[in-house]
Design a binder for this molecule. Structure first.
Ligand code: TRP
Ligand code: ZN
Length: 481
């Protein structure tokens, strides 16, 4: 709890009866303005969460972020990095606001301003509640600046995986699915609020900071290196990454002229060379299947983080905790269309990310001399439980709880839903659906209902009710039918 700015002056009581008749209108207006603060708006608090079915406190109500401008400085403190940051967030109020929340997990807040004026604030759990000096008007754009510092936290998710700020042997790796990005910057940390980003990160000389989007500069002075990164396309905060360490950087372009930026921990360089060399080929194949690439650069970050245990489809360039194989590369690059451009409205819709990315692996195999998707489907249907003992434990569109969001029903059974659609509509229409889904919701958010409606629209003669009922929403192992 803290309050650094002076309390607002007491509100004078409105007394219209005492105002002389001649000036009553102007005077009453003036009084009203004073009473409600300088903007003449009397707002209400925006709310501390978006009631996501799995992470109810993630994100906040009452505003919509347009842009994050993050300036971070990292210094070595013992064997961890200490962070000093300034976050300037440009947002649009979606209601008249007397207060709003930002999500921030850990760290110490120093000062908060809104539109340049000192704001009162307090913290409860992951909620940083900001009370601007003047209430904010619905539809208006405001800028909130938060100065903060500390050693960012590593958080353990309900499923036991670690995310947030992950120390590595030579720096740190920030991974944010589903809620870890609030460990290194304050914001509206829910997939439904996408924004553009500018990031400037200063690290000790010899290290380097790699992030999403495109690098826009790097300067070294007095033993410190500052890298700047710009993300021009809307990005959900769980896809933001920051990799700090010693990396070998390789820049190139695809045959289409798309910039490729690859950063590899020297320890993983040899092992990852073969897979990374296939990025242009995978991109070309993916564009042929999924449609035009939705972002302005691609690449990969390969770190040496053996404890992390999973890759993440961070925007533009996925993060791998060690050398990837081609299937994993295909999976993470497919997410750029499915998940990163078409982003779930809530965490319940995660099968739309993982089902598509898994199906992309099946399609890649089918078209590169491996099993057909039908064979993969059949093997899963017949003996999938041997590999994934929880395969039939819940339907893809209704994970049992937050602890099960990354389980095989979301990935494998999610892909099986897509294959059932393919069986129903045939290859050509299926291709149109896969591509059209990415095009229709490009840079947007969508949920399962949007998806089923879209499929039905594209194949109006088919009846999908049984597929939805059995494969998408039904408990237990569906009939093969
Ligand atoms: N979404 C990631 C992918 O598909 C994987 C992932 C992220 C994950 N966080 C996780 C897997 C936690 C298991 C547990 O590439
Ligand atoms: Zn995935």
């Amino acid at each position: 709890m803290s309050s650094r700015s002076p309390a607002p002056t007491p509100v004078p009581a409105l007394a219209p009866r005492l105002v002389p008749v001649r000036t009553s209108v102007t005077a009453a207006l003036a009084l009203l303005l004073t009473a409600c603060g300088g903007t003449g708006v009397q707002g209400t608090p925006g709310g501390s969460g978006l009631r996501d079915p799995y992470f109810p406190k993630a994100g906040n109500g009452g505003y919509d972020v347009r842009h994050y401008d993050l300036t971070l400085a990292c210094t070595q403190q013992g064997d961890r990095l200490h962070l000093t940051g300034t976050a300037t967030i440009t947002a649009r109020a979606t209601q008249d606001l007397s207060a709003f929340d930002l999500d921030l997990n850990g760290l110490t807040v120093g000062k908060v301003t809104v539109d340049g004026a000192g704001a009162r604030w307090n913290r409860t759990g992951q909620e940083l509640t900001v009370r601007p000096h003047d209430d904010l008007e619905k539809g208006g754009t405001f800028r909130v600046t938060v100065r903060y510092s500390g050693t960012p936290e590593t958080i353990t998710d309900p499923d036991g995986s670690q995310e947030g700020w992950l120390p590595t042997s030579d720096g740190a790796l920030a991974l944010g699915e589903p809620t870890g990005s609030m460990t290194w910057f304050p914001g509206n940390h829910h997939p439904s609020d996408k924004a553009t980003y500018d990031l400037a990160v200063t690290v000790p000389q010899g290290l380097r900071a790699v992030s999403n989007g495109e690098p826009t500069g790097e300067t070294t002075t007095e033993g410190r290196t500052t890298s700047t990164w710009h993300t021009a396309e809307p990005m959900a905060s769980y896809l933001a990454t920051l990799a700090i360490g010693d990396y070998t950087v390789r820049r190139s372009t695809t045959p289409d002229g798309l910039p490729v930026y690859v950063a590899v921990d020297p320890e993983e360089d040899k092992a990852s060379r073969k897979a990374l060399a296939r990025i242009p080929e995978v991109m070309e194949w993916a564009e042929s299947v999924f449609g035009p690439y939705p972002f302005s650069s691609t690449g990969a970050i390969v770190d040496h983080a053996p404890d992390v245990g999973y890759a993440l489809e961070t925007q533009n360039r996925p993060v791998f905790p060690g050398a990837p194989d081609t299937a994993l590369l295909v999976h993470e690059l497919a997410h750029q269309w499915y998940g990163n451009s078409v982003t779930p409205k809530t965490w319940r819709d995660m099968w739309l990310n993982e089902g598509f990315a898994t199906y992309a692996e099946w399609l890649w195999a089918e078209e590169h001399g491996g099993d057909t998707a039908q064979q993969t489907f059949d093997a899963l249907y017949d003996e999938g439980e041997d590999t994934y003992d929880d395969l039939w434990s819940f339907p893809p569109a209704q994970p049992t709880s937050a602890a099960h969001l990354s389980d095989s029903p979301v990935y494998q059974r999610g892909a099986m839903v897509l294959h059932k659609i393919r069986q129903a509509v045939g290859d050509d229409t299926f291709r149109e659906i896969v591509r059209g889904w990415a095009t229709t919701h490009r840079h947007g958010n969508a949920d399962t209902a949007d998806f089923t409606a879209y499929v039905e629209e594209q194949a109006p003669d088919e009846d999908f009710d049984a597929i939805w009922a059995d494969w998408l929403y039904g408990e237990g192992k569906p009939e093969r039918a």
